[in-house]
Design a protein around this ligand. Structure first.
Ligand SMILES: [Zn+2]
Length: 289
């Protein structure tokens, strides 16, 4: 019986759900190792087929069937499909929030178009702090799970909405900085400093046009927050397709040395937060063992 494996590992049903959910939420990034294995250009194929609606039509039923077969007769196929779809698309939403974007409507016969909210790059110090605080609250049971989930979702959503407003303000400021059209221009949010953006452009190699703190940018008149939110989310000028050209993101390339250096400078400090949380987790785990 397929359930035998879970029983022999003494796993409860909820533990199986959590492990399965975590694995499925990582599945779209299977394109990473595959590009290396098949010697394909990673920057061209990453976040394309495996991060698309079309890809999900193949992957989700396949994975759901595997999960359903493993837990039969505990789980119905519909239940397995629902869990798999939610976990799979949670990955796509998270990747869409980042500046790298996803090719949601990928089809093999068309040049890929990447969509992005553009609010964060890899790490985001404020989101990390919110996540780590939530994990500590959950670990010590300081709040009910439902309340914690609601509070965390509300705070992260508000923070991301504010980051999108800042991206819009950065975009508007960048128009005054460039004084004319630049080829393949995009804004990169700092992973560590929440209000810092870099304006890059690509004309065969990546150039850093400017780095600025959006909180320090001069604004002529004070605008109502409602108006800024509308412009940030709905105005066509700052479209969701404003992502870096893929050839500019080729790994270990001489063409984007400036970009890689800036990314390292703004990403490495966030690792201190990650390390601090890892140390806390080990200590907290040791305390109960
Ligand atoms: Zn991904």
């Amino acid at each position: 019986m397929p359930l035998y494996g879970a029983v022999s590992w003494s796993l409860t049903l909820s533990q199986i759900y959590i492990i399965y959910g975590a694995i499925i939420a990582m599945i779209p990034d299977i394109d990473g190792p595959l590009t290396h294995l098949l010697c394909l250009k990673h920057h061209t194929h990453h976040r394309t087929w495996s991060h698309s609606v079309l890809g999900s039509f193949f992957l989700v039923p396949l994975l759901s069937f595997a999960f359903y077969s493993y837990l039969f007769p505990v789980l119905t196929f519909t239940h397995a499909m629902v869990i798999t779809t939610v976990c799979f698309y949670s990955h796509l939403i998270t990747d869409w929030i980042t500046a790298y974007g996803i090719c949601l409507f990928w089809v093999p016969w068309k040049a890929p178009t990447f969509y992005s909210l553009g609010a964060i790059t890899i790490f985001d110090s404020v989101t990390l702090i919110l996540w780590y605080t939530a994990s500590i609250i959950s670990w010590y049971h300081w709040m009910s799970a439902t309340r914690l989930l609601l509070a965390f979702t509300a705070l992260v959503s508000m923070w991301l909405a504010l980051k999108r407003v800042w991206l819009f303000l950065a975009f508007r400021h960048s128009l005054s900085l460039t004084k004319g059209p630049l080829p393949n221009r995009w804004l990169q949010p700092s992973s560590f400093k929440p209000d810092t953006f870099a304006l890059f452009y690509y004309d065969g190699s990546v150039k850093l046009k400017a780095e600025f703190r959006v909180s320090k940018v001069q604004r002529t008149e004070s605008e109502p927050l409602g108006n800024l939110l509308r412009l940030a989310f709905l105005d066509k000028e700052l479209g969701y397709k404003r992502v870096a050209p893929r050839e500019a993101l080729e790994r270990f390339s001489e063409k984007n040395r400036v970009y890689a250096k800036w990314m390292r400078k703004h990403t490495v400090p966030s690792l201190v937060l990650v390390a601090a949380h890892a140390i806390w987790f080990v200590l907290a785990f040791k305390a109960i063992v």
